[in-house]
Write a protein that binds this ligand. Structure first.
Ligand code: NDP
Length: 256
């Protein structure tokens, strides 16, 4: 398997036209593919990540290929606090005056060791990047999302966010937290009907994180990030209006 399967959903070319979408971890892997896919479907993408050069490369590609207006936000989510999240919300309000979606994608794997030997500082960092930063960003950006006609928040889960597994430590715990945050927020926002909230597990995908987790695996046996983009587009665009509180496995998804 080299690139996945036939598309399960065919997004219109202008699916995200006039929309503004924040993608965290937009410089590499799945986040990079999603940022490019969103821009190619018309979105102005806010590219957040910790390595400026990677964000600039994605920015340049978007500007070369599309007529959209991306912006880069170099930020280390390991140190993100309420003030930094509020500053980001203010910058998005100033630049675009709207926000239609967030893809919470950035994560770190952390050490692959037994809980008994897991360094506390590393545990705290993994929890902050993977689970706390999405809380801070979502809270700061919620007023903008609630002002949009139909906004979407997409969290990124994992198989180990549903069933714990030895040596996945804080990463697994952070993904359980992500599932919990997604369900809780979806329930809180459902009655107003303006912001949908879902969690997505991409499944094994050919990226640097997967290679670090499974060093003996042949990457050629895995789908590339591009293989999941129909689902990433579906959940971000208006065709998924009304879909909320779901937790979706990309490999098992068969379409809307
Ligand atoms: P990668 O490691 O390839 O990319 C992660 C991205 O997040 C990078 O752009 C990275 O930036 C960014 N990032 C990491 N830490 C921070 C931080 N502290 N602040 C800001 N940005 C940060 O991961 P994947 O693309 O594989 O994973 C994407 C998502 O999918 C993650 O949530 C992951 O848990 C999930 N997932 C992935 C699977 C897989 O098989 N690949 C399977 C299941 C879930 P930089 O490049 O600058 O370090």
């Amino acid at each position: 398997m080299t690139g996945g399967h036939a598309p399960r959903y065919r997004p219109p070319a202008d699916l995200l036209r006039d929309r503004v979408v924040l993608v965290t971890g937009a410089g590499a892997g799945i986040g990079r593919a999603a940022a490019l896919a969103y821009a190619r479907h018309g979105a102005d993408v806010v590219l957040l990540g910790r390595t400026r050069a990677k964000l600039e490369a994605v920015f340049d590609r978007i500007v070369a290929e599309t007529a959209t207006k991306p912006v880069i936000v170099p930020a280390d989510l390991a140190t993100l606090d309420e003030a930094a999240a509020d500053n980001l919300a203010e910058a998005i309000r100033d630049d675009y005056a709207r926000l239609d979606g967030i893809l919470h994608n950035a994560s770190v794997l952390g050490p692959r060791v037994p809980v008994a030997h897991y360094p506390a500082a590393a545990w705290a960092e993994v929890m902050h990047v993977n689970a706390m930063a999405p809380v801070l960003l979502t809270r700061a950006l919620l007023p903008l999302l609630e002002a949009a006609p139909d906004a979407s928040i997409v969290f990124t889960s994992s198989g180990v966010g549903r069933v714990g597994r030895a040596y996945w430590g804080a990463y697994a715990v952070s993904k359980f937290a992500t599932e919990g945050l997604s369900q809780t927020l979806a329930d809180e926002l459902e009655s107003a009907g303006r912001v949908r909230v879902n969690a997505l597990n991409p499944g094994g995908t050919r990226t640097a994180m997967r290679a670090a987790a499974y060093p003996a695996e042949d990457p050629a046996t895995l789908p590339e990030p591009q293989a999941h983009m129909d689902l990433y587009l579906y959940l971000m665009g208006p065709d998924s209006a009304g879909v909320t509180g779901r937790s979706i496995d990309a490999p098992a998804w068969r379409g809307p």
